[in-house]
Ligand binder design. Sequence first.
Ligand SMILES: [Zn+2]
Length: 292
Amino acid sequence: MKTLLACLALVVLPGLTLSASAPPALRVVALNPVLAEIAREVGGDQVAVNCLVRPGVDPHTFDPSAADLRVMVDADLVLASGLQLESYLDRLVTKIGPAGKVVVVGDALPSVLALAGGEKDPHWWHSVDYVMFATEIVRAKLARLRPASAGGFMDHAQAYTQRLLALKAWAAGVIATLPPAQRQLVTSHDAFGYFARDYGFTVHAIAGLSTDGEPDARQLARLIDLIRREHIRAVFAESDVNSALVANLVAETGVRLGGSLYADGLGTADSEAATYEAMVRHNVRTIVGALR
Ligand SMILES: [Zn+2]
């Protein structure tokens, strides 16, 4: 009898071990480093996140390679910024299917900014409120993909949202020390519209909503005029963008270079903007420190 039980155990146990082992992590591909962070925070050990748009890569001009496409075909979920930041998105959705696998986060956000011509501002992550919205969108999607972990996703999302609320309060407190008249943000491309809306800044960008637009001479002349007339104390370069345009403004007006801002993503792991919170803190400190 003992021998028979031992044999049974040997036969049955491997099966038990298999069924008791954790399911493989959901494969999540992000086209925005902020979305990658949200997916890691909410998904925890239930997700394996691969961010295709790495630090230093310009999301306005990024185009997925054949290898990137294969990674997305194999993924359970693809997270995109939306609002036309990924010009290749329509092409992508038909190639990597099925429908519903690609979640276009920006397109689900309320009250997004648009230019007079209708072009939408894709830089939603500069509003902490929208990052909280995005966290909820990602949480709901992960819960649908893996209902057994829905409770864990909810706990993680709530903890992350608490940190975002603290970040938002910190930013508001620091910016409150800057008189409203000094909240003028001269940057190389028009990436800080949502930040400006949240904190009462006016953005004066040399180029448009994308980094690949050519600034025209009239806009440059207008900015030189504005910097002199309003006695703007500093202008800002961007971490990943050729700052020749900003250098031009500095040379023309003698205005101070206030530092570099992270406009289109996060920094490398060893940078001062390795996480979303660090990126916002860096930008707020740089802006307020230079304009005060
Ligand atoms: Zn941008």
